[in-house]
Design a protein around this ligand. Structure first.
Ligand SMILES: O=C(O)C1=C[C@@H](OP(=O)(O)O)[C@@H](O)[C@H](O)C1
Ligand SMILES: C=C(OP(=O)(O)O)C(=O)O
Length: 437
């Protein structure tokens, strides 16, 4: 459980834990590469630890040399050992979908299970195209849901027009494509995060990107790399949002990933009139990195939809919190994908924010929020969804009464020690004459 209450003006300069998407990929690619991959800035969140656990069960030696440093002794694709027990992906959609792509073209048999939430998430979106490549996969409801079983087999490359802009679908098929005969191409309706395309070249693979189309040739081998993981912009979003719901606040996040396929949240906040300064300071393993500062100020409602959605998909719950403090109507549309995340995030965001006094309506493909409102506060629940838990805790910083968020253990999935950042904000309140404003 986390309790938060209204904050006075504060200034905070901080860093956030490593990017979840990049941390997963660094362990996966390192495991199927030849040689030793060294990862720095790894996210020690539950999801990425699930990825480590799965590869250890396939005989890969993975050493955690510090809480955020990982050494992976790669086995090459062919070196993966057949796991004797089901691979447990926990709560992680990225782990299961990318792993399916790796296993489909392997020479082993494996079963995949996850928690109750994973059991509700659609797997047909990767199982169906993988079967077209020749994969042998079975599972509950004809492979639409976990538990799943994969028997590695010979694959052939395909040209696949994905109906959804999903980096998990794209990455799964590209990983299977590495073991397939011929070319594999994935075309997306709009661009999803491109970490796979950026990281594979660092591991010695050639990937061709043309607008919404990504291709690679089968039969390529990966060789070990050094990966420095930038801070996760999706985690930073919660702290930046705090600067927008607390009058007089300012938050700076350093060393955060600024990959344009991930910075949709900064664009959306700018559309709402937020004062944002972005400074790119470098490139880590083909990923732009920098510093972002958000300063409190008046916000207006905006319409957020279309190609922006895949670039901020995980940030929509916190965007909704910010929208409660913006003047006018905010419409979030084209976001049906939210229904198949850890929870149905349209329903959980709307229901939980309403408990705190927000004016918010659910729609078929998103939500409509009216602001500004003074949130009343009260009791709400993460429903086991890390992003909902954090969004509600940040809402509490602007509420009249205390906000109590239940089931916040889930936050460890992507942002261990999130609550310490709230304490840092509290400690950094600007004090005048011994009073806290
Ligand atoms: O590829 C990834 O690392 C991710 C892709 C996104 O999911 P979809 O591909 O299902 O959109 C995102 O929501 C998830 O947090 C991480
Ligand atoms: C949807 C998420 O992750 P995953 O799909 O990997 O479970 C998330 O982190 O918000």
């Amino acid at each position: 459980m986390i309790r938060t209450s209204r904050l006075g003006p504060f200034r905070l300069t901080t860093k956030v834990p490593g990017d979840k998407s990049i941390s997963h990929r660094s362990v996966m690619f390192g495991s199927i590469a030849e040689g030793v991959t060294e990862i720095e800035g790894f996210l020690p969140g539950a999801d990425c630890l699930s990825t480590i656990h799965c590869f250890r069960q396939m005989g890969v030696e993975i050493e955690r040399t510090s809480p955020t440093s990982v050494r992976v002794k790669g086995k090459g694709f062919a070196g993966l050992a057949e796991p004797r027990v089901p691979l447990d992906v926990g709560n992680s959609g990225t782990t299961i979908r990318l792993l399916l792509g790796i296993l489909a073209g392997s020479s082993i048999f494996a079963t995949l299970v996850g928690d109750e939430s994973i059991g509700r998430r659609p797997m047909g979106r990767v199982v169906k195209p993988l079967r077209r490549m020749g994969a042998v996969i079975d599972g509950r409801r004809d492979g639409s849901y976990t538990p799943l079983a994969v028997r590695g087999s010979k694959l052939t490359g395909i040209r696949y027009e994905s109906p959804v802009a999903s980096a998990q679908v794209k990455s799964c098929l590209l990983l299977a494509g590495l073991k397939a005969e011929g070319m594999t191409t994935v075309i997306e309706p709009s661009r999803s995060r491109d970490h796979t395309e950026r990281m594979l070249p660092a591991f010695g693979c050639q990937v061709e990107v043309r607008d919404r189309e990504v291709s690679l040739a089968g039969g390529q081998h990966l060789s070990a790399a050094r990966v420095q993981v930038p801070g996760d912009i999706s985690s930073a979003a919660f702290l930046l949002a705090a600067a927008l719901v607390v009058p007089g606040a300012e938050v700076t996040i350093e060393d955060v990933g600024l990959n344009p396929t991930r910075t949709g949240i900064l664009d959306a906040l700018a559309m709402m009139g937020a004062k944002i300064q972005i400074e790119e300071t470098g490139s880590w393993c083909n990923e732009p990195v920098g510093r972002v500062t958000v300063t409190a100020g008046e916000l207006q409602g905006a319409t957020i939809g279309g190609e922006l959605i895949p670039r901020l998909i995980d940030e929509i719950p916190i965007l909704a919190v910010v929208a409660t403090q913006a003047k006018g109507t905010t419409v979030i549309k084209d976001a049906e994908e939210l229904k198949v995340k850890e929870t149905n995030r349209i329903a959980t965001t709307v229901n939980e924010l309403r408990k705190l006094g927000a004016k918010i309506e659910e729609t078929e493909d998103g939500m409509i929020i009216e602001g500004p409102v003074v949130l009343s506060g009260g009791r709400c629940d993460s429903h086991g969804d890390h992003r909902i838990g954090m969004a509600m805790a940040i809402a509490g910083l602007a509420a009249e009464q205390e906000v109590i968020v239940e089931h916040t253990e889930a936050i460890d999935v992507s942002f261990p020690r999130f609550v310490n950042k709230i304490h840092e904000m509290e400690l950094n309140q600007i004090r005048k004459l011994g009073k806290t404003y």
